[in-house]
Write a protein that binds this ligand. Structure first.
Ligand code: P6P
Length: 333
């Protein structure tokens, strides 16, 4: 395939669909460049004195890894001078981060999980950056958390970088999903997969089985039917994968199909699942739907959920359409 850079791809998308104005192209290129820097930091491992905990906790009460904080800083610094953003929000920051007054304010708002899967950092398992782009409300002068409370259908772009054997960037601006691989020698993103499509059916599911005793009945039924295999109600054997790094699990599903589940369970009824709506579930749901898959919270499309809090959690069922529809139908019974 002729080498197509991220910039060339974005310029050609703009020509085709007129949906990537200059400021959005700058935003995407700046985020992609920040992901290159994060990839470089992650790749140092113990050589960079960046492993281990930062000695602080994030708003979720989770111990922050040094790389969580470093990655967050990289994204903040990369994005605040360009004039394309009004504000940012991050899993690692309790409140929103308005653009400093010394810089012009733009019309977009960027949300991100700077380094998802951080429990895997110190054991050299793939991790990633997830990002979501919303438009600032018309006439907004001073951004507040309320301006971010837009359903996932309002996203103008979404993507993730996965830091694995290859560093890859997966991106959608509403016309399909495209994948770029980092050419480390050139330091550039190269288009390597166009219009990724998730197979409608699958034999592979992803869930943390250690929580099985806590699941609600629809999930109990759905998983036990798959475990029953060929002689069970599904009439076929299934395989299981759980990397415990959402970006890596979703990338596998995008590449070969599957269903990813992080359901609500009986452990903490006040916390419906573990994953956050605004900067994990929504961007991944947009990507998955754009690739012909489905994404629900067990009852409704994730993209339709009206947000109420910046860090709110939602149950997540996403991936191959027929399986997501099946497990969602079990919740309706
Ligand atoms: P568990 C990583 O911490 C994360 O937020 C997702 O990337 C991942 O899918 C999930 O949590 C793993 O959770 O409970 O299996 O450790």
């Amino acid at each position: 395939m002729k080498r197509v850079s991220l910039t060339q791809y974005l310029v050609e998308e703009q020509r085709l669909h007129d949906n990537i104005p200059a400021e959005l192209r700058l935003l995407i290129e700046v985020v992609a460049r920040a992901c290159k820097t994060i990839s470089h930091s992650v790749g140092k491992g113990a050589l960079g004195d960046i492993l281990g905990s930062a000695g602080s906790e994030n708003v979720q009460g989770e111990v922050q890894k040094k790389l969580d904080v470093i990655s967050n800083e990289i994204l903040l610094e990369a994005n605040e001078w360009g004039g394309h953003l009004a504000a940012m929000a991050s899993e690692e920051m309790e409140s929103i981060h308005p653009i400093p007054n010394r810089y012009p304010m733009g019309e977009y708002m960027l949300l991100f999980d700077p380094l998802d899967g951080s429990s895997n950092i110190d054991v050299n398992v793939s991790i990633g950056t997830i990002f979501s782009v919303l438009k600032a409300p018309e006439g907004m002068s001073a951004p507040t958390e309320a301006d971010f409370m837009q359903p996932g259908t309002q996203q103008v772009a979404a993507g993730y970088a996965v830091y694995g054997p290859q560093t890859m960037l997966v991106l959608t601006t509403g016309n399909g999903v495209n994948c770029f691989t980092l050419d480390r020698e050139m330091g550039s993103w190269v288009l390597t997969q166009k219009n990724m499509q998730i197979p409608e059916d699958t034999k592979e599911f992803a869930i943390n089985m250690s929580n099985q005793r806590h699941w609600h009945p629809p999930v109990q039924r759905y998983v036990s039917e798959m475990l029953a295999g060929k002689t069970g109600p599904r009439g076929k054997d299934f395989n299981m994968r759980w990397i415990a790094s959402m970006v890596a699990d979703v990338h596998r599903i995008l590449s070969r199909g599957g269903i990813f589940m992080y359901p609500a369970d009986l452990r903490d009824p006040a916390q419906p699942g573990k994953l956050r709506l605004m900067y994990e579930a929504n961007p991944m749901a947009m990507i998955v739907e754009q690739a012909g898959g489905a994404a629900t919270d067990g009852r409704q499309r994730i993209l339709d959920i009206p947000p109420t809090k910046l860090h709110q959690r939602v149950p997540v069922f996403l991936g191959s359409k027929s399986e997501v529809e099946r497990v969602t139908s079990y919740h309706a019974e």
